[in-house]
Design a protein around this ligand. Structure first.
Ligand SMILES: *Cc1c(COP(=O)(O)O)cnc(C)c1O
Length: 425
């Protein structure tokens, strides 16, 4: 470990030395020792078009020579305005007002604040959110509070605000219980909302796929029923699409794939194609209207030093253009994963095969308890690296989330690698 760096999510005492990356291009990372590693997880799920894409690099370079950064209160700039307009055009109708911040956690914090203050601005006190078991919404305190309570947040549990949790109707290929599970979850939610309809500021969910919680997937049907229920009890629906946004689910956004319009949506990871930290929280006019007032207390008092950084916005615009070009790639990836699943189906070491768009996942069967601390993940990580693959299972959940530029041959290599690894674990 470097003597002066404190690495994220890393226990320095027990973790192996980090690999030094000197360059990266497309799906490949090049290490200091000249080894090439295939990035099968788009680093931390951000490099949707692969690494160092020249079009995004050029957009940043051009923007840097014009305007690198400017205060975003009392001043505005073209890249932010254009990006806001283009995002609104791509999202379901009604999501209209774009608030910029710089990572997924803050996008969620802003979403929670918008929802909470929406009710305050309407002279109602609604103290609670409903969230889902297995959820991950980030590492700041609000985001931790609505996240599933886990080893990540355990130390801070006394500092977190109270949230009502509902099960998430996770499903997989050949799951015969899915409708039953969804019904159960909807009943639980309905009971909560019915019992105290004035209590809830909103419901927050990772639509279609829960990311860090273990790539747990649910059906669009459930998301549609959830929307109906939330409408029925007149509260707000927040979609955390920090991970599912920008093509990951096979469509531009999970909300589009589900044909559901949330009241608030949070986007980050893929937004700049993995070049720069940026995020947005986008809400409906109905919410924005309650903040629009002569009364200063109704203002959303939130912002960050680098809010709407012009370089990030320029990268975002270039990445959106690549999204249009890459649409055939991300929309056809689900079928490709399914083809490769054919070989894994009979393998007794894996279960719960599942895929949503560009995200494919499976549980590794072993004696240890399922979850983040299951050590098989570390073993797979090491074996994969020996084969030149960057895979980083979440405990016993092995997943592939490649950049959209992965070729059919490269994807076959990933599955071949997984097949070989499964033989030796
Ligand atoms: C990664 C993630 C976050 C947090 O984003 P950061 O940029 O790491 O703060 C929030 N929600 C979801 C669904 C995520 O996957």
């Amino acid at each position: 470990m470097h003597p002066h760096i404190w690495y994220p999510f890393t226990q320095a005492k027990t973790s192996p030395q980090p690999f030094k990356v000197i360059s990266a291009s497309g799906i490949w990372l090049e290490l200091e020792d000249k080894r090439k590693i295939m990035d099968c997880i788009s680093s931390w799920w951000v490099n949707i078009h692969g690494h160092s894409h020249p079009k995004i690099a050029e957009a940043i370079y051009n923007q840097a020579q014009k305007l690198e950064q400017v205060i975003f209160a009392g001043f505005t700039h073209e890249p932010a305005e254009q990006l806001a307009e283009k995002l609104v055009k791509k999202l379901p109708q009604g999501l209209n007002r774009v608030f910029f911040s710089d990572n997924g956690s803050t996008a969620v914090e802003v979403g929670l604040k918008m929802a909470y203050q929406y009710w305050v601005n309407k002279n109602q006190q609604r103290q609670k959110f409903i969230a889902f078991e297995g959820a991950y919404h980030g590492d700041t305190f609000g985001a931790m509070s609505v996240g599933s309570r886990s080893i990540f947040s355990q130390v801070f549990s006394n500092m977190l605000f109270e949230v009502d949790f509902s099960p998430y109707p996770e499903t997989y290929i050949n799951d015969s219980d899915v409708e039953e599970k969804e019904k159960k979850v909807l009943t639980i939610l309905k009971e909560k909302l019915e019992k105290n309809p004035q209590e809830y500021a909103g419901v927050i969910i990772e639509p279609l796929v829960q990311g860090a919680g273990g790539m747990r997937m649910c059906r669009p049907e459930f998301i549609r029923k959830l929307r109906k229920l939330v409408n029925q009890f007149d509260t707000l629906l927040i979609f955390d699409e920090v991970m599912t946004g920008f093509g990951r689910t096979g469509d531009w956004f999970a909300c589009i794939k589900s044909q559901v319009t949330p009241d608030i949506i949070c986007l980050s990871k893929g937004i700049t194609g993995g070049f720069l930290p940026l995020s947005v929280t986008i809400c409906s006019e109905k919410i924005y209207d309650t903040f629009y007032s002569d009364d200063p207390i109704k203002t959303l008092y939130h912002g960050h030093s680098y809010t709407a950084n012009p370089l990030g916005c320029a990268a975002g615009l270039a990445s959106l253009e690549l999204m249009v070009e890459n649409q055939p790639k991300f929309s056809s990836m689900e079928a490709k994963h399914l083809q490769h699943f054919e070989i894994l189906r009979g393998n007794s070491k894996v279960e719960k095969l599942r895929v949503t768009g560009t995200i494919a996942a499976m549980d590794i069967v072993n004696q240890q308890e399922s979850g983040y601390l299951n050590k098989v993940g570390l073993v797979i990580r090491e074996k994969a690296l020996e084969k030149g693959l960057l895979l980083r299972p979440l405990g016993n959940v092995l997943y592939i989330m490649a950049p959209y530029c992965i070729t059919d041959g490269e994807l076959s290599k990933v599955y071949q690698g997984i097949d070989e690894i499964l033989k030796v674990i």
